[in-house]
Design a protein around this ligand. Structure first.
Ligand SMILES: NC(=O)c1ccc[n+]([C@@H]2O[C@H](COP(=O)([O-])OP(=O)(O)OC[C@H]3O[C@@H](n4cnc5c(N)ncnc54)[C@H](OP(=O)(O)O)[C@@H]3O)[C@@H](O)[C@H]2O)c1
Length: 334
């Protein structure tokens, strides 16, 4: 049941925590750039043409990785690829079309990657949308658009690439989530979100999809426990990218407030990407597989997770896995 008071309290906690962390990050300056080597690693980045994904792709190319940029819009992708190539001098960057909201596109993308590469070392599930729509938007398969793009598409891509990731000496899967998951209004019985309440509920589809990223990471790490593959979810903090453009498309007061705040306290794409790179490359974090990181630090969000899920996190995570397979009509379990 949607409880507006609980959501408001959660929102205030989240808001003040985020502002505090953002400001301390700004005051302390950018983190010491981590120079973990990525030479020889095959890295797949979703949503690599803009924002955080582009910064991650750029940094991976600088560090010598074979970078596979997956992009929804091929023209935007080519432009970003050219930019990264000329800035880094790398000749190891390729582009694959991927629309996460379209199951057949995800399958095509995974097939192309698998046919060209015998292993994938790092998969960065980064692409995402945040829209503000008065009514629930559905994909052609009938799934809620945020959930389909931000979670289901990545869930499917990960499953289809898993054999290739297992071929890596030290595979990693990084799911870019958000600590905004604490504002989720989540029901495992209503993943199509047809019964979402109003109020903060308009923000809920995005937060629900980010909660799904965290739960997916936890369940994936459990299922991969006897493999070399590690998985992390990461909150990049508030970052000045295009993400808010979809949510605050109308140029009203809200639009200018959020744009202004992002301008003041939002991190640059490079700083936001640093936390993602940490989870992708840092040595010594392997035994925290399944956990969430923010600004390169392990976060303990267990209490918030249990409170948002309304039941033990492990059991919701397992149910979400099964329901995701059902929604995608997948028979084979990993
Ligand atoms: N920015 C923040 O403050 C913030 C905070 C917490 C978490 N995050 C997370 O960080 C991730 C990256 O966001 P960002 O801030 O870099 O946003 P962004 O600048 O808007 O970039 C989003 C990327 O995702 C791609 N994308 C959107 N829909 C897609 C689809 N259906 N299929 C494939 N690609 C699609 C976009 O492609 P197009 O260019 O074609 O639209 C773009 O490349 C997201 O998962 C977001 O939830 C961001």
């Amino acid at each position: 049941m949607f409880d507006l008071r609980v959501s408001v309290v959660r929102f205030l906690i989240f808001f003040f925590q985020s502002v505090f962390h953002q400001i301390s990050r700004k005051i302390c300056g950018p983190p010491k750039r981590r120079e973990d080597d990525a030479r020889g690693k095959v890295v797949v980045v979703t949503g690599a043409n803009a924002g955080l994904g582009k910064c991650v792709a750029m940094e991976m190319a600088k560090r010598g990785a074979v970078v596979i940029m997956t992009c929804r819009d091929v023209n935007k992708g080519i432009q970003a690829q050219n930019e990264i190539q000329s800035s880094t001098g790398s000749d190891k960057i390729t582009l694959v079309e991927l629309n996460l909201a379209d199951i057949s596109s995800v399958k095509r993308c995974a097939n192309q990657i698998s046919s060209r590469h015998s292993k994938v070392d790092i998969l960065i599930n980064n692409a995402g949308i945040a829209l503000n729509s008065p009514s629930t938007q559905l994909t052609k398969e009938g799934n809620e658009l945020h959930f389909a793009t931000n979670h289901l598409g990545h869930f499917l891509l990960t499953k289809l690439l898993l054999d290739r990731i297992k071929n890596s000496e030290a595979g990693r899967i990084v799911n870019v989530s958000s600590s905004g998951f604490i504002m989720a209004n989540f029901s495992i019985k209503d993943l199509r979100m047809s019964k979402l309440g109003l109020g903060l509920g308009t923000f809920a589809p995005y937060c629900n999809s980010k909660l799904a990223n965290v739960l997916f990471t936890k369940e994936l790490s459990k299922r991969l426990a006897d493999t070399r593959v590690k998985t992390f979810s990461v909150c990049p903090g508030l970052v000045n990218t295009n993400l808010a453009n979809g949510y605050y498309a109308n140029e009203n007061l809200q639009h200018y407030l959020i744009k202004g705040s992002l301008g003041c306290i939002g991190l640059s794409g490079e700083d936001g990407a640093d936390g993602i790179l940490h989870c992708a490359l840092a040595k010594g974090i392997e035994d925290t597989s399944g956990e969430m990181y923010r600004f390169g630090r392990l976060m303990n969000f267990d209490q918030e997770l249990t409170s948002v899920c309304g039941m033990p996190t492990d059991s919701v995570a397992e149910k979400l896995w099964q329901k995701s397979e059902k929604l995608l009509d997948l028979k084979q379990l990993h």
